[in-house]
Write a protein that binds this ligand. Structure first.
Ligand code: BTX
Length: 325
């Protein structure tokens, strides 16, 4: 028998009532020691369980659920994530965040939703955002900078996300320029940086990040099966989305601070440690056409340099990249 599964079910079915170790043991047909051992295991895996003497156990939260207080409790940042707009379902957190930014929401404001009905990617593409499976979040950032700097924020975000995933799961994510994070060659994160600008300065950036966290293989939409993955699929362990968000926000705040102090160069170095496309032959599909060549690296501005077969070096500002070798 799968004690763990039955234990989770019994505790979840209890509807907020305490269940004693004895009751649980009888229900499942195992020893009280086994119950106790499995309770400890669940705690390690991010379940929050309350234990009261003579009453027993009650489940407070499973790692499958996410609430605003889960995000706040234990958050180590100063500004990012301090102002949270939390939803069960929205069309797109980007849309909500743009509205908030327009109304003057402060830097560090985040919008998180358990589900997005019309999550969006770049260039009018869609982003699949199943309920409770992932991190679907947008943040408002207000750097005092010219609009041309906006693309660098996609790279800062990618570094923070790759780092946070490594910290939380021990997995080794890789970044595909500009906005994909892959594990074992499959997309696990998408980043969308959108800009509200006045003439020559950014008034706000709305940075959207989607992280596939607890999807099982069958949860991935058929159109992305084979191309996409989740942290759970790769790690075979449920991920605490609250911990993932907290770690990401802490990392983002740190790298953003470094960027404001010292410019893009230190971020570029970090970015390169995660980059997979560099040195490889790629096809870059831009709005104006295709460039095939070797990816040389990124400039200090975050622009991709590609050398074609004639030795001409192209600077690519925005494209979809396909690796050919
Ligand atoms: P993108 O245009 O680079 O990638 C979109 C493409 O990725 C889709 O066309 C599809 O092939 C594939 N795809 C769609 N959904 C998924 C998924 N869940 N996992 C892996 N691959 C997928 C990437 O755009 C930017 C995505 C940003 C998503 C965040 S979520 C919070 C915020 N709100 C919102 O509406 N978008 C952002």
């Amino acid at each position: 028998i799968d004690i763990r599964k039955q234990l989770i079910k019994a505790l979840s079915d209890a509807d907020g009532e305490f269940l004693s170790g004895q009751t649980l043991a009888e229900k499942i047909g195992c020893s009280r020691t086994a119950i106790w051992k499995h309770i400890e295991e669940l705690r390690k895996d991010g379940f929050i369980l309350e234990a009261v003497r003579n009453k027993g156990y009650k489940i407070i939260n499973t790692p499958e659920d996410l609430t605003e207080s889960d995000i706040l409790f234990g958050l180590e940042t100063e500004r990012f994530g301090r102002n949270i707009h939390f939803y069960e379902s929205v069309e797109s957190t980007q849309k909500v965040a743009h509205q908030l930014a327009h109304e003057g929401a402060p830097e560090g404001t985040i919008v998180v939703s358990e589900e997005q009905r019309t999550g969006r990617g770049r260039l009018g593409r869609s982003w699949s955002s199943l309920p409770k499976k992932g991190v679907w979040m947008s943040m408002i950032v207000r750097p005092v900078l010219p609009p041309q700097k906006a693309p660098q924020f996609t790279l800062i975000t990618a570094v923070a996300a790759a780092n946070a995933i490594g910290e939380v799961t021990g997995l080794h994510p890789e970044i595909k320029w500009p906005n994909d994070i892959l594990i074992n060659g499959k997309k696990v994160v998408g980043i969308l940086t959108e800009l509200q600008a006045e003439a020559d300065k950014i008034s706000s950036l709305v940075i959207g990040i989607g992280i596939n966290a607890n999807h099982d293989v069958e949860d991935l939409h058929e159109s992305i099966q084979g191309k996409a993955t989740s942290l759970y699929i790769e790690k075979r362990k449920k991920i605490s989305r609250a911990q993932l968000i907290q770690t990401f926000l802490k990392d983002f705040e740190k790298y953003y601070g470094i960027y404001l102090d010292k410019g893009f160069a230190p971020i570029k170095l970090l970015w390169e440690t995660y980059a997979i496309s560099i040195g490889k032959v790629i096809t870059a599909r831009t709005v104006t056409g295709e460039i095939v060549g070797r990816a040389l690296g990124i400039t200090d501005e975050g622009v991709l340099k590609v050398e074609d077969e004639h030795g001409t070096i192209h600077e690519v500002y925005s494209a979809d990249i396909e690796l050919s070798d």
